[in-house]
Design a protein around this ligand. Sequence first.
Ligand SMILES: [Zn+2]
Length: 495
Amino acid sequence: MKLLIAQMQHETNTFSPVPTPWEAFGKNGPYLGDEALQAMRGTRMAIGAFIDIAEAAGAQIVLPVAGYASPSGPVDGAAYDRFCQLICDAAAKGCDAIMLDLHGAMVVADRTDDGEGTLLEKLRAVAPQTPIAVSLDLHANVTPAMVRHCDILTGYKTYPHVDMYESGELAGRILIRMLAGEVKPVMAFGQRPLLAQTLCMNTDEQPMKSFVGAAREEEKKKGILAATAFGGFPAADIHDAGLSAVVVADGDAEQALLACDRMLGIAWSRKEDYVYHGEPLDRAVARAKQLEAETGGPILLLDHADNCASGATQDTMHVLKAALDQGLTGIAVGPIRDPETVDACVRAGVGASVKVKVGGKMDMPQIQVTGEPLPLEGVVRSITDGEYTITGPQLTGVRCYMGRTVVLDTGAAEIVITERNQEPWDRGVFTSVGIDPTRKRFLLLKSRMYYRPVFLPIAKGAVLCDGVGVGSSDNSIFRFEKVRRPMYPLDTGFA
Ligand SMILES: [Zn+2]
């Protein structure tokens, strides 16, 4: 048996000015061929499960490409073409089945608003009889084309995503059973006109808990092979943005459709809870200061609007400025993406005192914001290559590349500044540059959700700080033109 496996993952924020070239999908681009197999084997991503399942089945594995890029603006057209070509060329040579680790919210500049649906359509054209299993992210903006052009579709059931592997395992196992003639997967797909905020999608809390819970209940039923609750990704001005569900049943399309409708009904009944209501930044910082005075640190300052895992520039300075203005000290910040300041600090060298203008290097024309650097004085504490391996519990084993990385110590704050954008996935963003996050009074994280499994266990408290950025949870700053209407909460009059 010959199985084709590939990964092409990108969550596109169509309001983001951050470019997404081929090189963004890895250290210098995606892994290719044998290197891809070596790098992906043993990871806790969906593709790691695909490899395990294929090897357990004694299959020959063809793995032409595997790449994951941090969320950012639309993917470069030529980069997308290259992904499609590598995967479709491999499929054209013949294989028994295909397993794809995709995101489900990829938008491609000058090509398509549906990166995954378009890839699957191309794949079906070159291998019309070959079964295809797909694992998507919980934030997928699932489209009819994605569902039409594959046989099995699953997605993560946790956010933060700690079950990427399990989603791949579920899709892969159904595929193997399908190949053995044991099951006949049929799928149902449905949407609700709900632009849900990712900040309101923590699967341990409502409203997402009941939506995902409904999927798990459906999966316990005889005849249901997989059921997935997709929250969608709201910073995407595309027709199919928003909440959806996909159910895979064994031969019974009607059963799949009924299950899908039940799940969507549960989500829709809590639609108000998918909208975020924040507080003024100064008040949030004051609250954090008070909290630290009462309990000690670290207290997490969550600069969620500038979260690069939602495609933000990761260089707005509003939250740090508010913290310094209110006299907070013992802060570790990070990471801030600012290649110019990294370069200036590297040239100055470790131990040098520098005056730099940190952050604010990117304008955000889509939300009418001009970059505002923050002038700071400090000492360069460290210079590293910015590489570390994630210790978990999410993306365990994945190697991360922040580019050249420096720590600027201003006295009140130790700021991790990187060349490349990097979600604070892991304590490694601090420990790899010599900062022990457990010893700080405040941790200012450009994080929306991923701080939970990693930093919450070492924190005494966490405060959402509504700064500035294209990862904002405030719909009113975005101008939507392509998303289908009416759409809650952009429009009123819904029952
Ligand atoms: Zn996601």
